[in-house]
Design a protein around this ligand. Structure first.
Ligand SMILES: *Cc1c(COP(=O)(O)O)cnc(C)c1O
Length: 364
């Protein structure tokens, strides 16, 4: 059996007609930048989340950068984030001229450890970026309490957590502003780069929209120096065609996760991810002390896996100048050689999941 780590073709085949119709409309009308297809998606996504504004931008990385810039983050500021995440979360802090400050993850949930944040807050700290990693909501209550106590902004990085909920509230609505990525492999993925910023704050939404569009809300009326980072209409049409399926795909991911648990719970040497309601399983990450051998073995059996992420961000060459050592982030440092992401997408069949689990059992 051949089971790739992700299979975007399998999803495409289930919605080919709707997608083709959406793409053709945009081309027929040559409505490539801005216009109704972008507005339609922004409105639909905002409605689904229950938020007032959705500002489509070029990608999920720009979404973070734009949000930070429009919150006024700049040179001399510090922004707290988590050691185990995709590079975007930290590089956007640096793009603003600010300094990323890294916090370890919790041992059981792989998201930012709220207990380790307060010690890192200084007079320069301006914001916290919690990441809802792997589809798990970060533990927001203590983070929100700290933000209140020290008057900090929060930008939720929801790139891996479309429709995940924390204590009944959709992620992205827990703080003043949040960002999403629609990178093709994300739970809601475009066919190219795309992202958005969501907020209930009218002024912040307008600022973000302006900054992302050359500093202008109307053509030729440039009010600030901006950038060019827009959600393009073809991607918006693709996202609009996919959006009505998102809840169903999310339910399917949960079913796949349940199957992994069922077939792996008694396999020695495998640590399963936490079973948290309302997580959306962007990734299904197990741990094994023999991770590299397991990954090679699964590859030899036709099973694709991946590692999210091989190196905690503060230990990457790019952040060496910040002087972190593994003992600063002990959990992230320990897990980096153990974590392994198994195939996870809505179209996986029980037979396929069973096969993956049988091979893992055979390896042990
Ligand atoms: C994918 C991702 C991003 C960035 O998204 P792009 O659309 O690829 O720029 C940001 N943060 C996290 C945690 C991600 O997984």
């Amino acid at each position: 059996m051949n089971i790739p780590f992700v299979d975007l073709k399998a999803q495409y085949l289930t919605i080919k007609d709707e997608l083709t119709r959406g793409i053709e409309q945009v081309i027929e009308e040559t409505a490539f930048i801005g216009g109704k297809y972008v507005a339609e998606f922004e409105e639909a996504f905002a409605r689904m989340l229950g938020v007032k504004h959705c500002v489509g931008v070029g990608n999920g990385t720009d979404a973070i950068y734009i949000a930070l810039r429009m919150l006024g983050i700049g040179r001399g500021d510090e922004v707290i984030t988590v050691a185990n995440t995709w590079i975007s979360t930290a590089e956007t802090i640096a793009q603003c001229g600010a300094k990323p400050v890294f916090i370890d993850i919790t041992a059981d949930q792989y998201t930012i450890d709220p207990d380790k944040i307060e010690a890192k807050i200084t007079k320069n700290t301006k914001a916290i970026i919690p990441v809802h990693l792997y589809g798990y909501p970060a533990d927001m209550d203590p983070i929100l309490a700290l933000a209140k106590k020290y008057d900090l902004d929060i930008v939720e990085d929801c790139a891996q957590a479309h429709l995940a909920k924390y204590k009944g509230t959709n992620v992205g609505l827990l703080s003043d502003v949040a960002t999403f990525s629609f990178y093709p492999g994300k739970n809601l993925g475009a066919y190219g780069d795309a992202g958005c910023i969501v907020t209930n704050d009218d002024i912040l939404a307008e600022k973000c929209r302006m900054f992302a569009n050359h500093g202008a809300l109307k053509k030729h009326e440039h009010k600030i120096d901006g950038i060019n980072s827009r959600l393009d209409a073809l991607q918006a049409a693709i996202l609009s065609a996919k959006l009505p399926h998102l809840e169903n795909w999310t339910a399917k991911r949960r079913e796949v996760a349940a199957l992994y648990r069922k077939y792996l719970h008694d396999v020695d040497g495998i640590k399963l991810p936490p079973d948290i309601v309302n997580s959306v399983y962007h990734l299904f990450v197990i741990r094994s002390a023999k991770r590299d051998e397991l990954q090679d073995f699964l590859k030899s059996k036709g099973i694709g896996t991946s590692i999210h992420y091989p190196t905690p961000l503060p230990l990457l060459p790019v952040y060496q100048h910040l002087g972190y050592v593994p003992s600063d982030i002990p959990v992230s440092a320990e897990y980096q050689s153990q974590i392994l992401s198994l195939p996870m997408y809505a179209e996986l069949s029980e037979l396929q999941v069973r096969y993956v689990c049988d091979q893992i059992r055979e390896f042990q």
